[in-house]
Design a protein around this ligand. Structure first.
Ligand code: NAD
Length: 419
């Protein structure tokens, strides 16, 4: 029987590697391999067929750099170890992004599609009530993740404000715009990926203008990445969704493709496409830049040898396996890691949080400009660190990203006198 991969084992392996590369002693690994706190809660919900009991967690991995920050996912298979691993990744992502946040993550084991809207509201309010003493504007700030959305954040905000007898919009981000959220949140991750690709292409490919791009996945991240890359002068020649992909060598219009997908259910019905490809073939097309923006584990040792792109930007979380990355590095293909390039969402969350705390207002243009300068600066910094401190033909950019992220957290722990 094949053992399901334990994400916490993976997360600890990555931490181990960073600690070894930084030459830190073992106790640093011990300090960071466990979260500071994990809260497990029981959530009984009254439904028309009796009471259903759900289980949920909030993992607070590290708070050296600031309040814990990370989303809450509702999923029938979510486990405590998965939530802990995701909270550790949030520590690195926030640190690398240069945000004054630690890492946290929440999860409730539930299939939200089986609940009525009223039951979903009840579940959301009871979950947040159960963790309300452990979250807060300056303590832990949840946000949407898989199957949670702005409406769920609105219920969290309302429940917390009711319990704490105040109005605290800054306790969650990713809220509806009417409640202090930012409209720009929806485009943030894809826009951030596009900005990161542009910055890296300037440095590594002599510019983005006219470079060909293939994007796997045409959801929130994939569509906005394709749209902004096309606007920035790249030629998006292929996109795909779970049903298949399309290829048009002279470049396609992401907005036209989206209209077709909305109308007919998939990008494969785009009438101008010259060729149809499978969701996996899109990864192997002859392009300059590849953006996997669908699911994890799609670039493996099996297909890494056939990838033709010179630059890969991980819009999705974890699309490249460790073994595949080793092959790509040997072949001189550069992978911009997920914790660097898909941080646009959390950067926008930070802008929302600052705005809520100030009781201020900010336009979408301003918010996107801030995201753009932060992401460009981060990409430049990571690539410089990689070129200066590591042998680039042996180490992927991910090694540099993890070293920077872990080093910042360790320095903060030292300064605060924890270690
Ligand atoms: P989404 O559900 O909006 O879109 C997913 C897309 O992937 C859909 O087009 C779907 O058809 C496609 N897809 C699914 N299975 C596929 C397969 N086997 N082959 C090809 N395409 C497939 O999701 P999203 O929000 O765009 O997230 C995509 C990835 O980005 C996930 O890994 C997510 O964790 C990550 N991510 C998202 C955000 C965000 O703000 N949305 C932030 C950081 C990371």
């Amino acid at each position: 029987m094949v053992e399901a991969r334990d994400p916490l084992v993976e997360a600890r392996k990555q931490l181990r590697r960073a600690i070894d590369l930084l030459g830190y002693p073992d106790y640093i690994y011990e300090v960071l391999a466990e979260p500071e706190r994990v809260i497990q809660v029981k959530i009984p919900v009254k439904t028309s067929d009796g009471v259903k009991v759900f289980i949920g967690w909030r993992s607070q991995h590290n708070s050296a750099l600031g309040p814990y920050k990370g989303g809450v996912r509702y999923h029938p298979n979510v486990t405590m170890n998965e939530v802990i691993a995701l909270s550790m990744w949030m520590t690195w992502k926030n640190s690398l992004a240069g945000l004054p946040y630690g890492g946290g993550k929440g999860g409730v084991r539930v299939n939200p599609k089986m609940l009525t809207p009223r039951e979903l509201e009840e579940l959301s309010r009871r979950y947040f009530e159960a963790i309300s003493d452990f979250v807060g504007v300056d303590l832990d700030i949840p946000a949407p993740d898989v199957y949670t959305d702005p409406q769920v954040m609105a219920w969290y905000f309302d429940e917390y404000s009711r319990i704490k007898r105040g109005i605290y919009p800054g306790v969650v981000t990713g809220k509806p715009p009417e409640l202090g959220g930012l409209k720009a949140r929806i485009v943030a991750t894809g826009y951030g990926v596009a900005v990161a690709v542009r910055e890296a292409a300037r440095r590594l490919l002599g510019g983005l203008e006219g470079k060909t791009v293939a994007v796997q996945g045409f959801g929130n991240v994939g569509y906005y990445t394709a749209k902004y890359l096309a606007e920035m002068g790249a030629k998006v020649v292929a996109v795909s969704d779970s049903r298949g992909g399309i290829y048009l060598p002279e470049g396609l219009d992401p907005d036209e493709v989206l209209a077709v997908k909305r109308r007919e259910g998939s990008v494969i019905h785009y009438p101008k496409a010259k060729k149809k490809v499978s969701p996996m073939e899109v990864l192997e097309l002859d392009v300059d830049i590849l953006v996997p923006a669908a699911i994890e584990g799609v670039i493996t040792e099996e297909n890494a040898g056939r990838i033709k792109a010179r630059l890969i930007a991980e819009g999705a979380n974890g699309p490249t396996t460790t073994e595949a990355e080793r092959i790509l590095t040997e072949r001189g293909i550069i992978v911009l890691p997920d914790i660097l390039v898909n941080a646009g969402g959390v950067i926008m969350s930070h802008i929302e949080w600052v705005n809520n705390r100030m009781g201020g207002w900010i336009t979408d243009e301003e918010a996107l400009r801030k995201l753009e300068s932060k992401m460009s600066e981060n990409v430049r910094y990571v690539l410089s660190y990689w070129e200066k401190k590591l042998e680039v033909d042996k180490h992927p950019v991910r090694d540099a990203a993890y070293m920077i992220a872990v080093e910042r957290v360790v320095n903060a722990m030292k300064l605060r006198g924890w270690i």
